[in-house]
Every structure is written in C-alpha cells, then in structure tokens.
Design a protein around this ligand. Structure first.
Ligand code: ATP
Length: 420
C-alpha cells in the first residue's frame, strides 16, 4: 500500500513538473529567450532551440502530463478497489481531481510563471532528452491530428488577419511592450480606410467664413482674431460657399495697399466633397489638387462642414495643436454663476473627486464626454441639454465626434435657477 501511495505522489509531482514546464516555456518572451541564450551558455542554447519548435516541445510535455495523470488515476483506482471496494471510487475520483488540480496544475503553473527563467534552464536538458525519446510518438500524434483536420475539412488557418494583428497590438499594449500612444496609432491606421469625412470634419456651425463682398482690410481684422489660414467665402448666405480665400493672398493684397479689394477677386475654386467620402480617398484628393481644405456637402447639397489635411492626419497621429488652437484646459472650472465648465475628456474619477458626484465608472467609459454620449446614444449638438441624476449638462462645444466641453449645473441648483 505504501508503495502505491508513494507512486501516486511521485506521479502527482511529475504532473506538476510537466504543467509547470509547459507554462514556463510558453511564457518566455522573445527578449527573455535572447537573454537566457546569452547568459546560460549551452543550456541557454537548448532553451532557445526548444522554444524555436514549440509544437514539438508542447506535444512532448502534453504526452508526459497525460501519462502521469492517467497513471496516477489508475493506481489510485486500483488501490481504492483493493482497500474499500468499488463503491468508494467516486470519492477517490473527487479527491484525486482536487489533488491534480492544485498540485499538478495550478500551483506549479503559478510558480513557473514567476520563475520561468530558472525553471526552463533547469528542466531543458530533461525535456530535450524526453523530446528525443518521444519523437516517434510525437510524429505519430501530429500525423493523426493533421489527418483528422484534413478529413473534417477544417480550413487551414488564414494566417495573419486584420483582427489578429489588432489583437496582438492590444495585447502588446496590455503587457507593456507597446506604449498606449503607439498602439492607438496602429489601430487608427487600420481604421483609416473605414472613416468618412463626416466623422472628422469641423461642423458648419464652427466654421469661420466670410462673405465674398468683404474687403481685404475688413477680412484681415476678422481673420486676425481667428487665426485660420484658409477661409471659406460665401455668397450672401454661409450655406452657399463659392470660394476659399487663402491668408497668403490676402496678405499679398494688403502689402500692395489694395485694402478695398474684395475677397471675390482673390478667392480660389473650392473642393466640394460628399460626407460619405472616405478619408483615405480624401487624403489622395488633397495631394492631387494641392489645396488643403475641402467643403463637405450633406446629402441634400447643403454645407455640412469643412475638412482639412490636418483633420485627416490627426486621424492617425492623434490630436495636433496649432499655435492658435487651445491645448490645455483645466478639466473642471468653477464659473461665477455657480455652474462648472467641464472638458469632455476629463476622466470621470477626477470629476467625482472634485465635485463629489457619483458618475458610474466602467471599463469602456472613462471620460465625461463618453459617459454623456453613451447616455443619450448619439453625438449631441451644441446647446443640447443632457439630464442625469447628478444634474443637467449643456453641451458647449463639439468637435468632430467628441464633446469638447459642457456646462454642468449640479442637481440642487437646477430647480431654482434657470438653465443656460
Ligand atoms: P495651417 O495650420 O495650415 O496654418 P489652419 O491652422 O488654419 O492651417 P488647419 O491646421 O488646416 O488650419 O486645421 C486646424 C483645425 O481648424 C482643423 O480641425 C480644421 O478643420 C479647422 N479649421 C481650418 N480652417 C477653418 C475655418 N476657416 N473655420 C473653422 N475651422 C477651421
């Protein structure tokens, strides 16, 4: 009886050895393998070779693990029947499963993941030997598996897919190999082909445009307050854009003293594009036509907004700030009338901290803008009021698909004070 119990314990230990070895080898990163190869000489070289052919290594470990697990269960069953009869088999199954799980799987795997270098270096000789001994078995198993795959018509893996790459990038970011900024950039590159100009344009309500009758002198004054280089020019109604005035041309006229010249005389032909134009095509068009701004038209031919090269490039590189664009804003500013201006990208936890509110935090929604959009289910327009249990938010400004800032009126004030 003692022999059998010792046998079962040895098999359990071996089970732990195999499980741990599997985890230790599969958890090594490429850089770690390189480091081990440099540091551990011959054994490092063996680790490198073993990880270079992971299927062989894994099948060997799997065979070993199965043999010892099945061996342990056979021995435990035989012992149980001899001592207590077959009625006690259920209890043995339960106990053994628990022991295999704890000592044969979970504990060694946790250990191995923490000490993967030590573990691989100290087991690699044995594993290499086992791999050599079991090579015919490994070969037979792989052939049968391949045959089954072929017979069942399972398609061969498509190799690299877009989702696969995106998953890898996300994973790389998660484990700290790739910084968040780079991972976002790669993801944006992949999305580039799907995004339309409508999603990135500056909405018509935020476009600074001038009437075609405006003189150079008047235009200069107005432009100096705005800081834009390209100004849409309209004919009577901002909805009817008929040209684009370029600051350089305006300045040229000014230096020649032609302050009375009207924009009508210097404006150039605009590019009109539908809202549905893909930004990838938009970039090609910008390159071809040599003009860095386009007027976006909605489905009825009305002006929906404008889009510039910078908007398109920002889609990959993230926000770029010009000298005239406002970069830093406090996330929350208290205004004299008791309301608060909150930036749409302010993290919810900061707002909860500062304002003593309890906006819910979730994995996917981290900013106030995200929370408000998810609450109403669409991108709001400027001036929209969004009611929440904590009070009302009035959308102050919107850029592209996000809320730039909102005015917040805490709950207790919303009853006695009128909304702005
Ligand atoms: P540049 O940087 O070439 O001098 P700019 O600063 O006038 O030009 P862009 O850098 O092309 O403009 O664009 C910056 C942002 O300003 C973009 O989001 C763009 O949509 C917006 N924008 C550009 N021109 C106007 C305008 N006339 N009215 C409103 N928004 C504009």
């Amino acid at each position: 009886m003692i022999v059998e119990i010792v046998g079962i314990l040895v098999l359990l230990a071996l089970s732990g050895f195999f499980s741990g070895t599997e985890t230790a080898f599969t958890s090594l990163s490429d850089t770690r393998i390189h480091y081990i190869r440099q540091k551990w000489g011959r054994r490092g070289e063996l680790v490198f070779r073993a990880t270079a052919a992971p299927e062989r290594l894994l099948t060997t470990v799997l065979i070993g693990n199965n043999i010892v697990n099945i061996g342990a269960s056979v021995m435990a069953s035989a012992l149980t029947i001899r001592l207590f009869g077959s009625a006690a088999l259920a209890a043995t199954t339960g106990i053994l499963t628990l022991l295999v799980l704890v000592f044969g799987e979970v504990a060694p795997k946790q250990l191995a993941i923490v000490h993967n270098e030590w573990w691989t270096v100290h087991t690699v000789r044995l594993i290499t030997l086992l791999e050599l001994l079991l090579r015919p078995v490994v070969w037979a198993i792989s052939s049968i598996a391949a045959l089954i795959t072929r017979l069942t018509g399972a398609a061969s893996s498509p190799g690299i897919t877009r989702e696969g790459i995106l998953y890898l990038v996300k994973h790389a970011e998660h484990v700290g190999i790739l910084e968040n900024s780079k991972s976002s950039m790669v993801r944006r590159v992949f999305r580039f082909g799907d995004v339309t100009v409508q999603a990135i344009m500056t909405h018509r309500t935020n476009v600074f445009s001038l009437d075609r009758e405006t003189t150079i002198g008047q235009a200069l004054q107005l432009i100096s307050k705005q800081g834009y280089t390209r100004i849409p020019v309209y004919d009577g109604d901002p909805e009817r854009i008929v040209g684009i005035a370029i600051l350089r041309d305006i300045l040229l006229q000014a230096t020649q003293g032609n302050l009375e010249t009207r924009l009508l005389d210097i404006m150039i032909e605009p590019i009109f594009v539908p809202e549905t134009r893909k930004i990838e095509e938009m970039l090609t068009q910008f390159r071809k036509q040599g003009l860095n701004i386009a007027v976006v038209l909605d489905e009825f031919g009305g002006v929906a907004g404008i889009v510039t090269v910078e908007d398109v490039i920002e889609e990959i590189l993230g926000e770029i700030y010009d000298e005239h664009e406002v970069k830093h804003h406090e996330p929350v500013t208290r205004l004299p009338d008791g309301t608060f201006r909150i930036m749409g990208n302010a993290p919810i936890y900061i707002i909860n901290d500062l304002l003593d509110t309890e906006f819910p935090l979730s994995r996917s929604i981290k900013t106030l803008g995200g929370y408000l959009i998810s609450r109403i289910g669409h991108i709001p327009a400027q001036g929209d009021v969004i009611e929440t249990v904590e009070g009302a938010f009035t959308v102050e400004s919107i850029a592209k698909r996000r809320i730039v800032s909102v005015r917040y009126r805490p709950e207790q004030q919303s009853e006695d004070e009128p909304q702005q």
